[in-house]
Design a protein around this ligand. Structure first.
Ligand SMILES: Cc1cc2nc3c(=O)[nH]c(=O)nc-3n(C[C@H](O)[C@H](O)[C@H](O)COP(=O)(O)OP(=O)(O)OC[C@H]3O[C@@H](n4cnc5c(N)ncnc54)[C@H](O)[C@@H]3O)c2cc1C
Length: 482
């Protein structure tokens, strides 16, 4: 098997005056930032909390079309400088951080919806389109891209494809990859490939789409996306069920789908710590007093009667499975009320500690109760708090590790890798993986070997080396140093 030709020690060219002139000639001087640290700074990080994952690029280019992207990538490959693609910058794995400097290609000006095709149930977009804007436009035609992250007001569809983003509705609708029918991609050597199209079925040759989906900008720059859409549900009803403890809340989830046949769009889980911290932060007046854990359900469909019937059956089911209170949300305002704690969790936790990390482990859904117990043991072992919340319906948990107030930055830096290794090892022992939707990026690359076996990692390295022989595209991401 071919070995990686580029490693942590790969030497890259810095952006010489001549390269800068060529960059300016490609995108235009007004579409290039160089030598202005305060303007480069927003492109030095994504939204990871806890610090540590920042690096200034030498330049940021704002191309307006695919031709300019090809020229930028060809130049980088010829001159050997690193290139990092950036969508909305809302990533939580450091994927868009230019860890080796060089050029950031910001996709924000490739923001056109090119074609809405209701007859084929497709939409074709440029990658910089913000997901909320896409869905607002699709709604005018009664269609939707149903699988979108909670960050949908700021993240780009290109970023969603590059991370294979999930989100709150994956139980019913799956993750982004399920909707990607076609891609145009600039490879790290500058060639353009077109994969798929408006076809609902296609087994013509190797299926390369899934290789690009979730590749976190390491195998190609996505320049155009054709998505399958679905009819936009007209009816929705949400329920917030409060449980006395974690085990009863989580245990209700698998049997709900199996026994009732109801498949909610969302089943979100929050533990006691998440609820307490966030409801206090928000001065929320919903009565969470006796609540040890909560589930939020979202039901949608096209018949008000059917959705109401499902809500009634769901209500009866959770009450029979230990729920101590239920709040219902039929109007948009009331629904927002039920989701308020879930949506504001990150903000609430960030308000009281600089030292925290939000993880993204993925487990067979039935192993969630065991993992939650393991997390409590890890919290006790290291003397930290671990709040857990996430997408209970699809086994994707976001444990948030928070340092005690008396920990120094040095202590956090020392302990964090040990805590993460403990979480990932126990995840692996339960048949899980490091990331369900946020990706590996820079943040988790040193840990990937804990859950991905060596032969699979070697295959990944061989693919990277084949597509990117000079290692110019998003270096030092996903794969650990050799
Ligand atoms: C408050 C909050 C809530 C979130 N909720 C969710 C959630 O529910 N589900 C979920 O999955 N994620 C969630 N995320 C994480 C994040 O929003 C997603 O990973 C999202 O898909 C990133 O999109 P982006 O446009 O911001 O990408 P960026 O952060 O800009 O980039 C992410 C990665 O994609 C690559 N990339 C971006 N565009 C391209 C392109 N055109 N071609 C090739 N590579 C590209 C980058 O190089 C990088 O590796 C959340 C984040 C925040 C801050």
């Amino acid at each position: 098997m071919m070995n990686s030709t580029h490693t942590n020690s790969t030497r890259y060219t810095s952006l010489t005056p001549d390269i800068r002139r060529q960059l300016a000639a490609i995108v235009g001087p007004d579409s290039l930032i160089v030598d202005q640290p305060e303007l480069l700074e927003p492109y030095s990080h994504d939204e990871i909390s806890g610090g540590g994952h920042t690096h200034l690029p030498e330049a940021v280019a704002f191309p307006r079309d695919e031709a300019a992207i090809r020229q930028l990538v060809e130049l980088a490959n010829r001159e050997r400088f690193p290139v990092t693609v950036r969508g909305g910058g809302t990533g939580l794995a450091g994927g868009a951080v230019p860890v080796r400097g060089g050029l950031v290609i910001a996709m924000e000006r490739l923001n056109r919806i090119l074609d809405i095709d209701p007859d084929n149930f497709t939409v074709t977009v440029q990658p910089g389109v913000i997901v909320k804007e896409l869905n607002d436009r699709l709604a005018e035609t009664g269609l939707t891209f149903p699988c979108f992250p909670i960050s949908y007001e700021r993240c780009s569809i290109g970023g969603n494809v590059a991370t294979n983003a999930g989100g709150g509705k994956a139980v019913k609708y799956g993750v982004t990859g399920r909707y990607v029918l076609g891609l145009r991609v600039v490879l790290p050597t500058g060639e353009l490939v077109e994969l798929g199209g408006k076809l609902q079925k296609n087994v013509t040759g190797y299926n390369l789409l899934p290789l690009l989906i979730g590749s976190e900008g390491t195998l190609g720059v996505i320049t155009e996306i054709t998505l399958r859409t679905v009819p936009l549900p007209t009816e929705r009803q949400d329920l917030l069920a409060l449980f006395p403890d974690t085990r009863s809340a989580i245990a209700a989830v698998p049997s709900l789908i199996a026994r009732t046949g109801i498949v909610p769009a969302s089943i979100e889980y929050l533990d006691r710590l998440s609820i307490q911290v966030t409801s206090r932060f928000l001065h929320d007046d919903l009565d969470y007093h006796d609540c040890g854990a909560a589930l939020i359900f979202s039901l949608d469909g096209f018949s008000a009667e059917r959705v109401a019937q499902d809500a009634e059956r769901l209500r009866a089911f959770v009450l029979a499975h230990g729920a101590i209170a239920i709040e219902e949300g039929q109007t948009p305002e009331r629904r927002e009320r039920l989701w308020r704690v879930r949506r504001n969790l990150a903000k609430a936790f960030r308000s009281f500690s600089d030292f925290q990390t939000c993880e993204d482990i993925s487990l067979p859904p039935a192993r969630l109760p065991d993992m939650l117990e393991e997390l409590q043991h890890i919290a006790d072992e290291f003397g930290v708090q671990i709040a857990s919340f996430g997408h209970a319906g699809d086994g994707n948990l976001h444990p948030r590790v928070v340092a005690p107030p008396d920990w120094t930055a040095a202590r956090w830096r020392r302990e964090l890798p040990l805590i993460l290794a403990a979480i990932y090892r126990r995840t692996a022992a339960l048949g899980g993986q490091l990331s369900g939707e946020h990706g590996i990026g820079e943040k988790r690359r040193d840990f990937i070997g804990l859950t991905v076996p060596a032969p699979a990692l070697a295959l990944m390295r061989a693919i990277k080396a084949t597509l990117d022989p000079n290692g110019i595209l998003n270096p030092d991401k996903i794969l650990p140093a050799d």
